[in-house]
Design a protein around this ligand. Structure first.
Ligand SMILES: [Ca+2]
Ligand SMILES: [Ca+2]
Ligand SMILES: [Zn+2]
Length: 549
């Protein structure tokens, strides 16, 4: 016993010295251990907290790219109650640590007996929202002030969106809420004006064809809401089950509904990309069911006065991990607006969102993230979550399309095939990884957004890791720092895709900062390409160029 007390004291001192700057205002313990000395210190620290029971292994998995390794994801508990977003990820070979990343708290002192019952909490959530999508769960929430509070959390929808909400478990006061719709922000989709023919994997039953994929392993189905917006909301909220007659259908298999064709095909392609490139089996690596909802409203219906269909369901696509019957999780693609309408803010037409391959892959990647690192959808971890979706969305585009700036060609813009320039001077797309400033987003850490809108700038600050990903592949110079990067080159893009995939899916804790993402991706490059210094150098230079150290 005495020995372990000595150990804890010694390690606390290390914590304070490694966790520069953060020690005073909070009890956060940030871990980025990759060298032998760091690993020795942190492995014994993590192990001692595992023994004391406040860190528990929640998942243990093998990365198919490195089958000798086991990656353990540990969750922090306080007297049996999970601490929100407090995780440690430890990668080992035969029990010997190779890297440890984490963002947890030092042991907490607050009580864990709530004054409110779970039923009380349910009533409080229900009173303030149209529908509650999840049963309230007890958690410990760490506030920005460094304080920790016993809280109930749930996901609820109201007229303005779908939110993750926390209330104080003792007095019911709201502590935090952020959007739980993982989205393209202002996204729209393209009319099948591409006119390209796509094959669809469908089911023939009773003389009709259904958008129910029979070739790929997961249950992968596209449901047509047939412009019944009210029914769509009930399905999204989990009040109404999905039935066979909801599946998108066509009677002669010559499909004319562009949203059905593009949504179904693009999701199948994204599934295939993850399997072929990363040996991943779907969203959760266990072929989790993929439910896609389309045609909640027509473009004309969306702009009809009095229809009151919120923009988030029109010029947007999203992944909602807790939506759908039984909380199965749902993909949604809006249908955009009629081609004689445009967005006054950007001067763009917005076509059916399913028409953009990068949008489909972006949204599905949110499902991958929520099943793995589960990066919390606010502030820096939220911007990393968004950036990873843009990285994989763009990677899927390059996997299937030839490089170029035309429609149906691969580039570093996001959603360019469906958000199209209309008013003179406007441009295609909603974000650029090559030049984030084209859309007002930062390309360097010194320019990061620090306000509270957009969950703390998740679609804005994503420009910084997005540009790092771009530079690591293509090379070039960051416009703000003037620092040059030697990229691996477009022919080797697979290397950077694999490095970021491994870093973001396997190594990052859910509360990761940009700095932890830098360390984890550099480590992933060393893991995957131990004899190819060019990859490690490209990743390192790219993060340095965007000001993340
Ligand atoms: Ca493109
Ligand atoms: Ca694109
Ligand atoms: Zn997104």
């Amino acid at each position: 016993m005495k020995r372990s007390i000595v150990l804890v004291v010694a390690i606390t001192a290390v914590v304070l010295s490694l966790d520069r700057g953060a020690a005073q205002q909070s009890s956060a313990v940030v871990i980025k251990a990759t060298s032998a000395a760091e690993l020795r210190t942190w492995d014994s620290y993590v192990t001692s907290r595992e023994r004391s029971g406040d860190l528990k292994v929640m998942r243990s998995e093998r990365d198919p790219s490195l089958p000798s390794r086991i990656v353990e994801r540990l969750q922090q508990y306080h007297q049996g109650v999970p601490v929100w977003g407090a995780q440690v990820v430890r990668d080992t070979t035969n029990g010997v640590p190779e890297s440890i990343f984490g963002d947890i708290s030092q042991p907490l002192a607050i009580g864990t007996t709530p004054a409110l019952s779970s039923e009380d909490a349910q009533r409080i959530f229900a009173a303030a929202n149209a529908s509650v999508l999840r049963r309230p769960e007890l958690t410990v929430l760490r506030l920005d002030t460094g304080d920790a509070r016993l809280a109930y959390t749930s996901v609820a929808r109201n007229d303005t969106g779908i939110f993750r909400i926390f209330i104080d478990a003792n007095n019911g006061a709201e502590l935090l809420r952020y959007s739980a719709i993982e989205t393209q922000s202002a996204v729209g989709s393209g009319r099948g004006v591409n006119g390209d023919l796509k094959k669809m994997s469908v089911l023939l039953q009773s003389g009709a064809y259904f958008a129910d994929d029979q070739l790929r392993p997961p249950d992968l189905t596209t449901y047509d809401m047939r412009s019944n917006f009210f029914r769509f909301l009930n399905i999204l909220d989990g009040f109404v089950p999905l039935v066979q007659s909801d599946i998108a259908t066509d009677d002669d298999n010559n499909w004319i509904d562009v949203s059905a064709v593009d949504a179904h095909a693009h999701i199948g392609w994204t599934y295939d990309y993850y399997f072929k490139r990363h040996s991943r089996r779907g969203l959760d690596n266990r072929d989790r069911r993929i439910v896609t909802l389309i045609n909640a409203a027509t473009p004309q219906g969306a702009v009809t006065p009095g229809s009151n269909i919120p923009a988030e369901f029109v010029i947007n696509a999203f992944w909602c991990d807790d939506c759908g019957p039984g909380g199965v999780g749902s993909m949604y693609f809006g249908n955009g607006i009629p081609s004689n309408f445009f967005l006054t803010a950007t001067g763009q037409n917005v076509f059916q969102l399913a028409g953009a391959l990068d949008v489909a892959a972006h949204e599905l990647t949110h499902g991958v993230t929520s099943s793995s690192s589960n990066l919390i959808y606010m502030n820096e971890s939220g911007a990393l979550n968004e950036a990873f979706s843009d990285m994989m969305g763009t990677s899927v585009e390059f996997f299937y399309q030839t490089a170029g700036t035309g429609r149906g060609q691969a580039d570093y813009l996001i959603a360019e095939d469906v958000f199209r320039a209309f008013r003179p001077g406007s441009i295609n797309g909603i974000r650029s990884m090559e030049n984030p400033a084209l859309f007002g987003d930062p390309d360097h850490y010194s320019r990061r957004f620090t306000g509270s809108e957009d969950n703390g700038g998740v679609h804005i600050n994503s420009g910084i890791p997005n540009h790092a990903f771009y530079l690591a592949i293509e090379g070039g110079t960051n416009r703000t720092s003037g620092l040059a990067v030697q990229g691996v080159g477009a022919a080797n893009r697979e290397q950077i895709e694999k490095v970021f995939y491994r870093g973001f899916v396997f190594l990052l804790p859910s509360n990761a900062t940009f700095s932890t993402a830098r360390a984890a991706t550099i480590q992933a490059a060393r893991d995957l390409y131990p004899t190819n210094a060019a990859v490690v150098n490209a990743v390192t230079q790219a993060w340095t160029a965007v000001g993340v150290n």
